[in-house]
Write a new protein. Structure first.
Length: 76
């Protein structure tokens, strides 16, 4: 799979809705998303190659994301 994130530019926002303006923070956030996309695509491809239902794999990935616990907000 060759999909690369972001397909459109994201404006990362702080909890109060203001945009994140630090270019280094934006760069890290975008790199994290790219890495997650690659891992998810690899997991989906592996599962399909092993005969699993793609919908079930995607549902499991959604469940994983939905189950993430938000850590205490970091300062800065």
């Amino acid at each position: 799979m060759n999909a690369r994130f972001p397909k459109t530019s994201h404006t990362w926002r702080q909890s109060d809705g203001t945009p994140v303006s630090c270019l280094e923070k934006i760069k890290v956030l975008n790199q994290n998303i790219q890495e997650i996309e690659t891992l998810c695509a690899d997991a989906l491809e592996d599962g399909v190659l092993m005969g699993c239902d793609p919908g079930q794999i995607k549902a499991a990935l959604h469940e994983l994301i939905d189950g993430l616990v938000v850590p205490h907000a970091a300062k800065g």
